[in-house]
Write a protein that binds this ligand. Sequence first.
Ligand SMILES: Nc1ncnc2c1ncn2[C@@H]1O[C@H](COP(=O)(O)OP(=O)(O)OP(=O)(O)O)[C@@H](O)[C@H]1O
Ligand SMILES: [Mg+2]
Length: 359
Amino acid sequence: MSADYTGVRRIGGQIAKRLAEQNDLEGAKAIQGMLRKRGVPLQASGYAEALPRDVASRLPLVEEGQWPTTPAILGGEASHAISQFIEDAKHIALLAEKGVSARLGLLLFGPPGTGKTLLAGHIAAALERPFYIARLDSLISSRLGETAKNIRGIFDFVPTRNAVLFLDEIDAVAKLRDDRHELGELKRVVNTVLQGLDSLSDDVVTIGATNHPHLLDPAIWRRFPYKAELGLPDSDVRNALWLHFLFEGNEKRNKDAQILAHVSQGLNGADIENLALAVRRRSILGKEEPSLAQIILAIRASHSGSPRLLDNREITTADKKVVASLLHETGNVSQSDIARIVGVSRQMVHRYLNEETDG
Ligand SMILES: Nc1ncnc2c1ncn2[C@@H]1O[C@H](COP(=O)(O)OP(=O)(O)OP(=O)(O)O)[C@@H](O)[C@H]1O
Ligand SMILES: [Mg+2]
C-alpha cells in the first residue's frame, strides 16, 4: 500500500513459490507474470524503484531476479557446501556474537549451464531475501572511468535492501587484460571491486559466479570464504535431471531416466532440460511420444554439436545400430534392455554389436 515495490515482489515471489510447491504451476506462473510487469500500476502512482543506474546510459546496473520455481539438482558435495552456507547465513547473528562469523560470500564456479544462476536464486529464496543480479561484464563495457562509479553504486545500494547480491561473470575484470586497456585501469577496477566487497557488513550475502575460476584475481578469490564447484552433472544427477524434466518426476520411468543418464555423459543441466522439453513438445504436438531410441539419437547429435530435430520418423537400421552400440558402450545396459529400446530381437542386437567389432 505504501508503494513498496520490492516488498510486493518479495511477497508475490513467496506466494508463487508456495503455489509451485503445491504443484499449482499455472497459479505460480500467473503470479510471476504479474510480477514481471515491472511497476506498471505502482509507477502510475508516481513510484519509481530506485535501482542504481549507469551514469551515461541510465540503464539499471542491477536487475531484480525472481525466486526460482524449478528445483536445482545437485551432486552431494555441492549440495553439502550450499546447505552449510545457508545454515551459516541464517544464524549469522549467533555466529557473530560468538566471534566466529565469516563474511557471507559464496563463489560458485564451473562450466556454463550447470545451474549457478539458478542456485543463487534458490539461496535467496531459502533466505527469503530479494535477489539482485549484477553482471560485471556489462558494468565494465560502459565508458572508461565510469566503471568504478558503477561498481561503487552497486555496493552502496545492496546493504540498504537486506538482499542477496549476485555478481555474475565475476571474472569479467580479467578481460580487461587485453590491449584496449592499460594495466593501470585493470588494477583500479579490481581494487574497486575489492573495496566494495570489503565495505559490506558481515550479514550481506554476496554470491559470485564464474566459468573461469583460473582467470579470477586471487585477491577476489580470497574475498569469498565459501566456495562450491558445480561441475558437469554426474550419472546420478543426470538421472534426476531426466526424471524431473522429461518424466515429471514419475518414479515408474526411473529406469528409462537411468538409461538416458548413461548415454548423456558430458551434457550439462541446461542441455538436458532443453532436450527433455523438446521431447515433451513433440509428445504433445506429434502423433506419438518420441521413443527412447529417438531421444538417444538426439542426445548423440547434441554431443557432436549438431542438434538433430526430434521427429517421429521411423528409425533406420543404421540408426538402430548406432543406438545399440551407444547403449552397449556405456557398459550399464543389458542386452535385453537394448533389444527393447531398439525394437529388435536379442539375436539381432548381438549381430549388430558383432558387426561393429568386426568392421
Ligand atoms: N543442476 C541443475 N538442476 C536443475 N536445473 C538445472 C541444473 N543445471 C542447469 N539447469 C537448468 O538449466 C538452466 C540454466 O542454468 P543456469 O543459467 O543456472 O546455468 P549457469 O551455470 O548459470 O550457466 P552460465 O555459466 O552460462 O551462466 C537452469 O535455469 C535450469 O533450468
Ligand atoms: Mg549463469
